[in-house]
Design a protein around this ligand. Structure first.
Ligand code: ATP
Length: 266
């Protein structure tokens, strides 16, 4: 691919480093007011916050879809810069799984959808086939490789959407509301899959029990600023903090008991 620069992430660099990012939309709406966030390699972090906090705006900065305000974002040591040839490498490194899997699946078969990204990077033949098999195995969808995505259940389509991103071997997997529209079994299965992936993960969610289940660390964003960053179990146990930022646990959910159960279950 012309202008494509494929470089290995720096071994000692964090998967994600956001420094002083500020952003206003063209209509003047201020969305980010100076965000700092470092995610070491292998960590799983939940990004929490009320509607309009700036979560989506921040995610769209991670691979340069949005830019132009103050601050920097680096991914595995490589700076996001919309004007440079490195942007394609940044987009390989930051795998965003959007809330609606149908935004990411558009080819006749599951395997073709998963092959699309790596084929664009220039992979062919056995190498490409292995990449597709690896990604579909990781989400438990190998047996569905020749099916049409539109014939799969919503939960299966979401798993295939995750595979399309994993096939790029990303530095960081970013998931927007991964548990939305899933039935309890599909929600639990996806959690098991995500927990087993050897990848750095940033998960935007309003589903606080899911954050606890998957992420040891949570960050709360509100009105464009990070207002809390710590252990998910401690954040969810702080009722005043949650109330100040319009975050609510499901009725009857006891975060301390859930955390103990999760620890006991390994
Ligand atoms: N295209 C846009 N033009 C102008 N303002 C926008 C645009 N998109 C978002 N905003 C504003 O930027 C702020 C942050 O929005 P953003 O969508 O990033 O929040 P969010 O935390 O992802 O919210 P939600 O939980 O509802 O998805 C809000 O005030 C929103 O109204």
């Amino acid at each position: 691919m012309i202008g494509y620069v494929h470089t290995a992430p720096a071994a000692d660099a964090p998967s994600l480093d956001v420094r002083g990012v500020q952003f206003s939309y063209p209509d003047g709406q201020v969305a980010l007011r100076g965000v700092d966030l470092t995610v070491p390699r292998g960590e799983r972090v939940a990004l929490l916050g009320p509607n309009g906090a700036g979560k989506t705006t921040l995610v769209l900065h991670l691979n340069g879809i949005l830019a132009g305000g103050a601050g920097t974002v680096t991914v595995g040591g490589l700076t996001v810069d919309r004007d440079r040839a490195t942007l394609a490498e940044i987009r390989r490194r930051v795998g965003i799984v959007f809330q609606d899997p149908d935004d990411q699946l558009f080819l006749p078969t599951v395997a073709e959808d998963v092959a699309f990204g790596p084929a664009n990077l220039g992979l062919r033949g056995t190498e490409l086939a292995e990449r597709v098999a690896e990604a579909l195995d990781a989400v438990g969808m190998a047996e569905h490789r020749d099916r049409a995505p539109q014939h799969l259940s919503f939960g299966q389509r979401r798993r295939v959407a995750v595979a399309t991103v994993l096939a790029m071997r990303p530095e960081i997997l970013v998931l927007d509301e991964p548990s939305s529209n899933l039935d309890p079994a599909a929600r639990r299965e996806l959690a098991g899959i995500l927990r087993g992936l050897p990848v750095t993960l940033l998960m935007v969610t309003h589903d606080l029990p899911y954050a606890l289940e998957l992420c040891d660390r949570s960050v709360i964003l509100d009105t464009g600023r990070i207002v809390a960053d710590g252990a998910t179990a401690e954040i969810l146990a702080d009722a005043d903090l949650l109330a100040r930022h319009r975050l609510e646990l499901p009725y009857g959910f006891d975060p301390a008991m859930a955390a103990r159960q999760l620890t006991a279950n390994g």
